[in-house]
Ligand binder design. Structure first.
Ligand code: IPD
Ligand code: CA
Ligand code: CA
Length: 263
């Protein structure tokens, strides 16, 4: 087995362990919800327990590797060429509301390039995986972005930033432009799953402003390997991206404001 293959299998094992923790809390245990930047940005006991099992597993198996994880930030080692990028629970608002769209997202960078990606939705038992240059898979079967070419036949997803109440640059301008042009517009509430669903052809496109590296690291590798185009929408709003198959990308991209409007 190649080195990246071993690392992928290792990451899948960690994702399943974290997923089991999440399922043990879901719609059941007390989540001990606390807020972060504001009332809309929350963390639960399940986020923390998931992060602990993933980071602990990496530290034991690969003590020289660096880790960037949403709840604990960056823990850098001196000499490692490897950095894990982890969202222990992506879709916490869904999770805490009892909605089943949430996932564990684990990416691995080697010398700055993402080489392994795992997005695992435990309630749905959907395991999206990719290794750089070797295609993308859902539960072991190859996946491909959709071959849709008509925007009017497309189903597109987006999301809204946590500072939506205080910053008018909250994606409503883009929503207004895209809504009348597409068959369906969705807000699923889990960026890594949105992007993985573009990879699998279940969605025909996705864009969102102000995401973070842990939201997109694993999923954008998966989408790229499935043939989708992944591009930065604008450089001034943390990570703002558009992900879509070739036949839709240009049409969607042209509707999205490259810079903020109307404020
Ligand atoms: C969030 C989800 C959501 C997106 C937010 C993300 P979290 O991640 O992916 O869909 O709209 O921007 O921060 O906070 O649940 O890990
Ligand atoms: Ca996230
Ligand atoms: Ca998270």
């Amino acid at each position: 087995m190649s080195e990246y293959n071993q690392l992928l299998e290792f990451a899948k094992g960690l994702a399943r362990q974290a997923g089991n923790i999440q399922l043990s809390y879901f719609r059941d245990k007390n989540l001990s919800i606390s807020t972060k930047q504001n009332d809309f940005d929350i963390v639960t006991a399940a986020d923390k327990a998931s992060e602990q099992i993933i980071s602990g597993g990496i530290r034991t198996a690969y003590p020289t590797h660096s880790i960037l994880s949403e709840e604990s930030g960056l823990s850098q080692t001196n000499d490692s060429e490897y950095q894990w990028v982890i969202d222990p629970l992506d879709g916490t608002t869904n999770f805490s509301a009892g909605l089943p769209l949430f996932n564990v997202s684990i990416g691995l960078k080697h010398k700055g390039e993402t080489v392994v990606g795992v997005v695992f939705a435990p309630y749905l038992n959907e395991m999206f995986t990719a290794i750089k240059g070797r295609g993308a898979f859902l539960n072991g079967k190859p996946i491909h972005a959709s071959d849709e070419t008509l925007l009017s036949h497309s189903v597109i997803a987006t999301g809204f930033p946590y500072d939506k109440a205080v910053n008018k640059d909250n994606n409503l301008d883009n929503l207004e432009a895209v809504l009348p042009k597409v068959r369906g517009l969705r807000r699923l509430g889990s960026a890594a799953l949105d992007i993985s669903y573009v990879a699998a052809g279940f969605l025909d496109g996705f864009w969102e402003l102000a995401l973070h590296e842990w939201d997109v690291c694993a999923a954008t590798l998966i989408a790229g390997e499935a043939g989708a185009i992944v591009e930065s929408l604008r450089p001034d709003r943390i990570i703002s991206i558009v992900v879509a198959p070739e036949g839709i990308f240009g049409q969607l991209r042209s509707l999205l404001a490259p810079t903020p409007q109307n404020h």
